[in-house]
Write a protein that binds this ligand. Structure first.
Ligand code: SF4
Length: 121
């Protein structure tokens, strides 16, 4: 039997979750006050994911960088891989919020988009 504690981050209450996987593969979550915490605990155990925010370089803009984020959470184990990819991305000014800079990351229906406008410099 494997088990682990997590803090639920779905709402500000921050319940302490205890998640354990039984021998038959079933997952048991305790400490959650609601169904969202149950889903969060199961996801953290089976496929932990995070929204990633970062910055990328901007060429010819009033500012040299802009901020970006993934539209949906990505697998936690691939965050460094995405950071390496973003280190190589440069966009040309002007760039505006919502502009896609990486499409279909890791073969999923998920993009990295700009979250701050940069005008031409
Ligand atoms: S289990 Fe429910 S009440 Fe507790 S932190 Fe998560 S979302 Fe909030």
């Amino acid at each position: 039997m494997m088990e682990k504690n997590f803090t639920c981050v779905v709402c500000p209450i921050g319940c302490s979750l205890h998640v354990k996987e039984e021998k038959d593969g079933s997952i048991d979550v305790t400490g959650n006050r609601c169904k969202r915490g149950l889903d969060y605990g199961i996801n953290e155990w089976t496929d932990p994911r995070r929204i990633v925010t970062s910055t990328i370089g901007v060429v010819g803009g009033l500012e040299p960088v802009t901020s970006v984020k993934t539209v949906s959470p990505i697998p936690k184990g691939r965050i460094m891989e995405l950071m390496d990819m973003l280190n190589k991305v440069m966009v040309e000014a002007p760039c505006s919020e919502g502009m896609v800079v990486l499409e279909g990351i890791f073969g999923e229906d998920n993009d990295v988009v700009v979250t701050r406008d940069v005008v031409k410099g």
